[in-house]
Design a protein around this ligand. Structure first.
Ligand code: HEC
Length: 240
């Protein structure tokens, strides 16, 4: 029994031809999703660029300035006495910044973290010599220190002691470094100003390094002087 001769009998070649033709067709477009002509997109871009530029000119804000493109100005410093340019207006912050770089001359021995080296260089972190009376601290760094001393309950007696820094550093530099060590690594104490260092300098001419015994009268004394506001400003009242 064979198929009627007039019925449609596609062979495999016809199938391939038919399907490839169908596959070439794109899927039916959804209504409203027809492609946008290139020209319309292009015109839209031109409008956007021109309008954007015009908007910039009209609002006066934007200029092609890479350093500060939106003309931002720093938010005002919320701290009391902060105000414009905290560095200039806040003497404590300014001193801390300068003191941190000045501390490089001390860090070789007392270490960057203020912990010193056991048995050799005493710590400045938590040291009563640092946060105690400013009279003693200024003198130690001004003229140096030698002989047996006790710091945080530990004895030190490094041969040669500590050299004087008074000749090598200006009063301002010295004050900044001292303010820095008094307010770093958990230390908190009053600022030491240039005027305070100068006061100690003008009071005495000393040729040798200090010893702990020589400094005893100054241990708890503070150099009189105005202490500008800053963290710890009330920690040690200026007295004498
Ligand atoms: C070359 C090493 C060396 C350098 C640099 C040095 N010191 Fe000292 N410092 C010592 C030694 C050693 C002692 C202990 C002296 C002693 O045993 O009598 C000491 C003691 C001190 C003390 C008293 C003890 C204490 O630990 O609190 C202070 C404060 C101090 N130094 C601050 C400074 C400051 C600030 C500087 C930088 C301006 C500085 N030192 C630079 C070696 C150094």
């Amino acid at each position: 029994m064979s198929a009627p001769s007039n019925s449609f009998q596609p062979d495999s070649t016809d199938l391939d031809r038919l399907h490839s033709a169908v596959k070439r067709e794109k899927a039916d477009l959804q209504p409203g999703r027809e492609p946008v002509p290139m020209l319309v997109i292009f015109l839209g871009m031109i409008v956007a660029v021109i309008a954007g530029g015009q908007l910039g000119v009209m609002t006066g804000g934007y200029s092609f300035n890479t350093s500060n493109p939106f003309n931002f100005t720093a938010a005002p410093d919320p701290r009391p006495g902060g105000g414009a340019g905290a560095g200039a207006a806040d003497p404590f912050q300014a001193a801390m910044k300068k003191g941190a770089s000045g501390y490089a001359v001390c860090g070789g021995c007392h270490q960057g973290n203020g912990m010193g080296i056991p048995g050799q260089f005493p710590p400045l972190a938590g040291s009563e010599w640092v946060t105690g009376g400013t009279e003693r601290l200024v003198r130690v760094v001004q003229h140096g220190l030698v002989g047996a001393i006790t710091v945080k309950g530990q004895g030190y007696n490094t041969p040669g002691g500590m050299q004087p820094f008074g000749a090598a550093m200006s009063s301002g530099d010295l004050a900044n470094v001292l303010t820095y060590i008094r307010n770093s690594w958990g230390n908190e104490a009053t600022m030491i100003t240039k005027e305070m260092v100068e006061k100690v300098r003008s009071d005495e001419k000393r040729a040798q390094q200090w010893t702990e015994a020589d400094l005893a009268p100054f241990a708890d004394k503070n150099v009189p002087g105005d202490v500008p506001a800053g963290p710890g400003a009330t920690a040690a009242p200026a007295a004498k």
